[in-house]
Design a protein around this ligand. Structure first.
Ligand code: SF4
Length: 242
C-alpha cells in the first residue's frame, strides 16, 4: 500500500497549517534576502517545503547533503526536483580524503561499533558539508516537526541555532497525516522508500523499515539508546559535536 493511501488524511485546521507554513517561509525570505537556504534531507517533510518554495517562487535556495551513503531512491529525488520545479539543488559532499581516512582506520561498518564512531561519521559526512552549505547564509529552513520525537516536542517556527543563525521550521505543528495530505493534493514527488515503511530516511546503513506501531524514528540508528538518536544537525552545539 502506498504511503499516501496509508497516511494522507485531512484533519481540522489543515488549511491554516499550510497557510502558516507559507507565512513562515515568506518571513524567512523577506528577513534574509539571498542568505537563506532550505537544508533538505529529501524526506517527505522537506519535499513539502520545496514544493511550497517553488510553487510560490520564494527566493530561498535549496541545498542537500550527499553523504555518499544515501539510497538510490533518495539520490533520484535531486534530478526529480530540478525537472519538476525548474530550480537548481545545491549538493554538498564530504571531503573525500576525510572519508577515505576514516574508513581505512575504522572500517565501513564503524557506525555500529560505538556512538562516538557513529557521530564521527556523521561529522565527516554531514556536519562539515552542512557548515559549508551555511557558511554564507544567516538563516536556514528545516522540515522538523514536534511530533517526530520527544526531543523535538518543543520545536518552534523559528529559533536561533548555536551559531546565531535563524532556523525556520515551517512544519513544526504539522502531523504526519498533514504531510501526506499535502503530498497527495499537490502531487509532490517523494521517496519511493516511503512506500516500503521507511517514514524517516537517512543514510542506507543507518535507516531501516519500521513495523506497524513502532515509533516514527525507530528506523534510524535503531541499535542506539533513544537519547543518542540525532545526527547532530539539530542538536545545540551541533556543528562542534559531530
Ligand atoms: S547517518 Fe550513518 S552513514 Fe550517515 S553519516 Fe551518520 S553514521 Fe555515517
Amino acid at each position: 500500500m502506498s504511503a499516501i493511501a496509508l497516511y494522507a488524511r485531512e484533519t481540522a485546521g489543515f488549511d491554516e497549517r499550510v497557510a502558516n507554513a507559507l507565512a513562515v517561509l515568506r518571513q524567512a525570505a523577506e528577513a534574509h534576502p539571498g542568505r537563506v537556504v532550505q537544508a533538505t534531507s529529501l524526506g517527505a517533510e522537506d519535499m513539502v517545503i520545496t514544493d511550497l518554495i517553488a510553487r510560490h517562487r520564494l527566493p530561498i535556495a535549496i541545498g542537500t547533503l550527499q553523504t555518499g551513503q544515501l539510497h538510490a531512491e533518495t539520490v533520484a529525488l535531486i534530478p526529480a526536483i530540478e525537472s519538476r520545479y525548474g530550480v537548481g539543488v545545491e549538493v554538498y559532499e564530504p571531503v573525500n580524503e576525510a572519508v577515505v581516512t576514516f574508513v581505512r582506520k575504522n572500517g565501513e561498518r564503524a557506525m555500529y561499533d560505538s556512538i562516538e564512531l557513529r557521530k564521527n561519521c556523521c561529522g565527516i559526512r554531514k556536519l562539515e558539508p552542512l557548515s559549508r552549505m551555511l557558511k554564507e547564509r544567516d538563516a536556514w529552513v528545516t522540515g522538523m516537526r514536534r511530533e517526530q520525537s520527544n526531543d523535538r516536542g518543543t520545536v518552534a517556527f523559528s529559533e536561533l541555532d548555536d551559531k546565531g543563525r535563524t532556523k525556520f521550521n515551517p512544519l513544526a505543528n504539522w502531523s504526519w497525516a498533514d504531510v501526506w495530505q499535502y503530498i497527495q493534493l499537490h502531487d509532490v514527488p517523494y521517496n519511493a522508500l516511503h512506500d516500503q515503511f521507511f517514514p524517516s530516511i537517512g543514510c542506507a546503513p543507518c535507516t531501516r523499515a519500521i513495523a506497524v506501531g513502532e515509533d516514527f524514528r525507530s528506523g534510524r540508528w535503531w541499535w542506539e539508546a533513544e537519547g543518542a538518536k540525532e545526527c547532530g544537525l539539530h542538536v545545540h552545539g551541533a556543528e562542534d559535536q559531530a
